[in-house]
Ligand binder design. Structure first.
Ligand code: ADP
Length: 613
């Protein structure tokens, strides 16, 4: 900031630092960019920068773009203009610019006023000025206007649309001639709405005082930022500091209509788009440099663009997005988690999804396996049952023989009792003895049938705490008759110390039965004297072991494992299922069934079941 009194010194300083007449490349073009309020005053600085960028982009020729600011535009003091005109004349003495581009109304007015003394024949493109600021009467054949339209009605309507409860609108504006022009237009609009809203004009206050007022506005207030070049105290405000200060202290939302302010702290609304103006202005300049007559080029005023709002300000002032005009653009929105971590989220989701799919597949597989296991268990139970039936066939003759004995004894005893009773003095004690014998034989026959029935019964597996020795002993007894028929000697080496295990009696009986019948089969060609099958039991670590040894031919070493495979048989009428079923049963008990050839001939089968706790 500096005081008006120093302005003359500034002009002289500018003259002093000029490096002499502007030189130019041989085939290049020279453009003079004439600013209104210095090169850093927003929003004009943004327009100038946009025009420069667009010129460099669109021009087919190399360009020399020289920036100059109409330093006198801020003040009403017309005396300042003369030395500045002289300075420009000196600067471009040798090479007049091919085109002059004025940025903003003051620069346009300056160049129109002074073109007689400066560059009479140089085309001028007047940009970034409102159509109402153009002195059409002063336009020559060499002038083109790229006008913009400032619509205060729309600016105020926007405030009342997004904040319908607004009761007070304060207007921030400076006191330079240009700023006064706009104040008058805003006053006109305000007068139309005075019965709805109270308009507060701060143009008679210093900017310091304006800042204080802005901090204590009543509720339901809004601020319109028009500009602040020179305040009522004569203080010149360069750059963007005044707006920043106001934004920092104001207790009400600020509205404006120039694009560069969006993002600086205004709420937003319809606005003059820098890019549109810059691009249009640059296109006009290029056409003129290409030889077109300026007055032939007509550019209609560029209206406000579609409303644009700053999301942070909308949130700050609690403005609902539904209140924004249809089609509004919202900028500076906080990026959502998805926008910030899109890749990470996508990757994690993919992994989770894959995991979920994998889990589903595994669960499905597990279910299938469970079903298959249940089916397999059912099949093996059925097979075991069939195997027992086939065994029963083999046992039929011996069972019949076993039943014959008690039945025969019962008959003999009954006949003896009859004879005794018919005698004149029957010995009742003897009759009682005979009856007891009958009862005992009947019990024996009953036991034989009971054992057969339990072998053939078809019941689900029932794991109970049992003594493995008892199982072996019962099986031995069951096969006693068959052994006699087969002329085999069953040697009982079953221990007396109990071997507690958890298991199903019928199925374990079936295993031992299979092993003994196989041993009998294996020894059918062995001399009767050597047909000895030894059934032993022992405790082996944590397991109960029952073994069945024979003195048959043994099993070739390479076949010791094959004999447990289903359908492996060397017998003419064999099924090859007995050992396979036996192993399945033992494994279902958590145990092991295996065979070893004995050194003295024959083979020993071992059944090992874990001892119960
Ligand atoms: P199968 O008795 O119907 O043949 P197994 O599965 O019970 O079916 O037996 C399979 C085969 O194992 C028998 O055919 C036989 O070759 C062999 N085997 C079983 N036990 C003995 C044994 N004690 N001595 C020699 N070979 C045996």
């Amino acid at each position: 900031m500096h005081r008006l009194s120093s302005s003359v010194r500034v002009v002289l300083f500018l003259l002093a630092i000029s490096t002499g007449p502007v030189a130019l490349a041989a085939d290049g073009k020279q453009v003079l960019l004439l600013h209104s309020f210095g090169t850093e005053m927003r929003p004009w600085s943004d327009y100038a920068r946009g025009i420069r960028e667009e010129l460099n982009r669109q021009s087919p020729w190399p360009l020399t773009i020289t920036d100059q600011s109409v330093i006198s535009a801020r003040y009403s003091n017309s005396k300042l203009e003369k030395p500045f005109v002289e300075y420009l004349a000196a600067l471009f003495a040798e090479q007049t610019p091919d085109v002059i581009v004025s940025v903003g109304a003051p620069a346009a007015a300056f160049v129109q006023r002074n073109r007689g003394q400066l560059f009479l024949s140089t085309p001028i493109v007047l940009t970034t000025l409102e159509s109402r600021r153009i002195q059409y009467s002063s336009l020559t054949r060499n002038d083109v206007v790229v006008p913009i339209q400032i619509d205060y009605k729309a600016v105020i309507a926007n405030i009342l649309k997004v904040l319908p409860d607004t009761r007070h609108i304060a207007v921030v504006n400076g006191t330079s001639p240009n700023e006064k022009f706009w104040s008058n237009l805003i006053h006109e609009e305000a007068a139309r709405l005075s019965h709805h809203v109270e308009f507060i004009f701060w143009d008679s206050l210093s900017f310091d005082d304006i800042s204080k007022e802005a901090a204590r506005l009543p509720p339901h207030s809004a601020i319109i930022w028009e500009g602040m070049s020179v305040d009522a105290a004569g203080v010149v405000h360069d750059g963007n500091d005044a707006f920043k200060t106001l934004h920092a202290v104001a207790n009400a939302p600020i509205f404006g209509y120039t694009e560069p302010l969006i993002g600086q702290g205004i709420v937003g609304g319809p606005f003059n788009a820098v890019y549109d103006t810059s691009r249009t202005a640059a296109a006009v300049v290029v056409r003129i440099l290409g030889g077109e007559t300026p007055s032939d080029i007509r550019v209609p005023p560029l209206p406000f663009s579609t409303p644009r709002f700053d999301w942070r300000e909308i949130k700050r002032w609690g403005i609902s997005e539904s209140r924004l005009p249809l089609g509004s653009e919202i900028v500076f929105r906080d990026r959502t988690a998805w926008q910030q971590y899109r890749w990470q989220i996508a990757m994690i989701s993919t992994v989770v999804l894959l995991q979920a799919v994998l889990i589903c597949v595994l669960l499905f597989e597990r279910r299938r396996r469970q079903v298959a296991e249940v089916q397999a268990r059912q099949r093996s139970a059925e097979l075991a049952h069939i195997n027992r039936y086939s065994m029963a066939g083999e046992l039929t003759t011996t069972i019949a023989h076993e039943l014959n004995q008690p039945l025969g004894a019962i008959l003999t005893n009954a006949e003896a009792a009859e004879v005794l009773i018919k005698s004149t003095s029957p010995d009742l004690d003897e009759v009682a003895e005979i009856l007891a014998d009958i009862r005992r034989d009947d019990q024996r026959a009953n036991d034989v049938i009971g054992r057969l029935r339990s072998l053939l019964r078809r019941e689900p597996l029932e794991f109970k705490r049992i003594d493995f020795n008892d199982v072996a002993r019962d099986t031995l007894q069951f096969l006693a008759a068959l052994a006699i028929a087969r002329k085999a000697d069953l040697a009982n080496l079953i221990g007396l110390t109990p071997l507690p295990i958890r298991g199903d009696v019928v199925q374990l009986q079936q295993v031992i039965l299979n092993l003994i019948v196989n041993a009998m089969d294996a020894m059918s060609d062995v001399s009767i004297a050597d047909r000895r099958i030894t059934i032993s039991s022992a405790r082996d670590g944590n397991a109960a072991e029952v073994s069945v040894s024979d003195l048959g031919p043994g099993i070739p070493k390479e076949k010791l494992k094959d004999v447990f495979e289903p359908f492996f048989t060397t017998k003419p009428h064999g099924m090859g299922m007995g050992l396979s079923i036996a192993r399945t049963i033992v494994e279902a008990h958590g145990g092991r069934l295996f065979a070893e050839n004995s050194a003295k001939g024959g083979v020993t089968f071992y059944v090992r079941i874990p001892l119960a706790e």
